[in-house]
Write a protein that binds this ligand. Structure first.
Ligand SMILES: *Cc1c(COP(=O)(O)O)cnc(C)c1O
Length: 295
């Protein structure tokens, strides 16, 4: 990896429920890489950045909305690697910039605001020339998936039977699938409602057509992207109280809710060793009303 990954830990959570169901639950703490930058984003960027740093004066161009974890991760990575970068932002420039976009500027990213129409026509592109490397929105590209597959290296020492992740573009999921063994099951928790094209996305991202070890849990989106409920916030507070595990309400809280619920419902056979990927995203909680969370 181009970044320091020494802080990453894998922690087992101990709870009477898991003893009762005879399963083990671990969390791979990619959120510990950086307080603002989502752990999985740096992995997805890895091979794009590796290409960029080999060529003098190459710059990075990428895309995102005003709250994009991907934009801020790219800005951070480019600053660390001394690469020029530009973020194309969806929609008109607002009078007050979001904290995410402010962070992008602080890391030295140039921002260009484009209309939604123009944005949708350009944001899925990835083409590189002598001057710039264009990374599609969210790193949604086979190169992004290959980078995400490096996450699996942090699970090699554990005999993990199930690997769980929240899903946005499915690029991280594709990375896990690329390196999973035949006897490992990958559990996907989409955070968007009506997200039915995951197999097609995975085909593009991995080059495979068949995903026998994949289970998609479609019932934990809580009404859609960045939607939430009191039950979700309650579980997040419990996770913190019991295990000092902070989660975010957009991605990792929903994943943990889904996995916890499925353990209760006996989805996981006795003896399962379940690893949940904590992809980060904690700064997203800043948009919750004060006092919603105990951390
Ligand atoms: C972006 C993000 C995801 C989703 O990753 P995809 O590769 O787009 O599916 C999950 N968790 C966090 C915290 C994220 O920021």
């Amino acid at each position: 990896m181009l970044f320091d990954t020494n802080n990453i830990t894998i922690n087992e959570l101990k709870d009477p429920l898991f003893t009762l169901k005879k399963v083990k639950l671990m969390v791979l703490r990619l959120d510990k890489i950086h307080p603002i930058v989502s752990g999985n984003k740096l992995f997805k960027l890895h091979y794009f950045l590796e290409q960029a740093i080999k060529i003098p004066n190459k710059s990075i161009v990428t895309f995102g909305g005003a709250y994009s974890n991907h934009l801020v991760a790219t800005a951070y990575a480019c600053k660390r690697l001394q690469l020029q970068c530009k973020g194309i932002v969806r929609g008109e420039r607002p009078p007050v910039l979001s904290h995410t976009l402010k962070a992008c500027l602080q890391y030295g990213m140039e921002l260009e605001f484009v209309t939604r129409e123009l944005y949708s026509s350009m944001s899925q592109k990835s083409e590189s020339d002598n001057e710039k490397i264009i990374i599609p929105e969210g790193g949604y590209h086979p190169i992004g998936a290959k980078g995400a597959s490096l996450i699996m290296d942090f699970l090699q020492l554990e005999k993990v039977s199930h690997i769980c992740t929240a899903v946005g573009t499915a690029t991280t999921l594709a990375g896990l699938i690329l390196k999973a063994n035949n006897d490992q099951r990958i559990i996907a928790v989409p955070v968007l409602k009506g997200f039915f094209d995951i197999p097609e996305r995975l085909e593009y991202l991995t080059g495979k057509i068949d995903f026998p070890n994949l289970t998609i849990l479609n019932e934990y989106h809580f009404g859609g992207y960045a939607k939430k409920s009191n039950d979700l916030l309650f579980l997040m507070n419990q996770l913190y109280e019991k295990f000092e595990l902070p989660t975010d309400f957009v991605y990792t809280g929903k994943m943990m809710f889904g996995i916890w619920d499925q353990i209760k419902k006996d989805f996981f056979p006795e003896g399962s060793i379940i690893a949940c990927i904590h992809t980060g995203g904690l700064q997203g909680n800043d948009s919750l009303p004060a006092g919603s969370l105990i951390f």
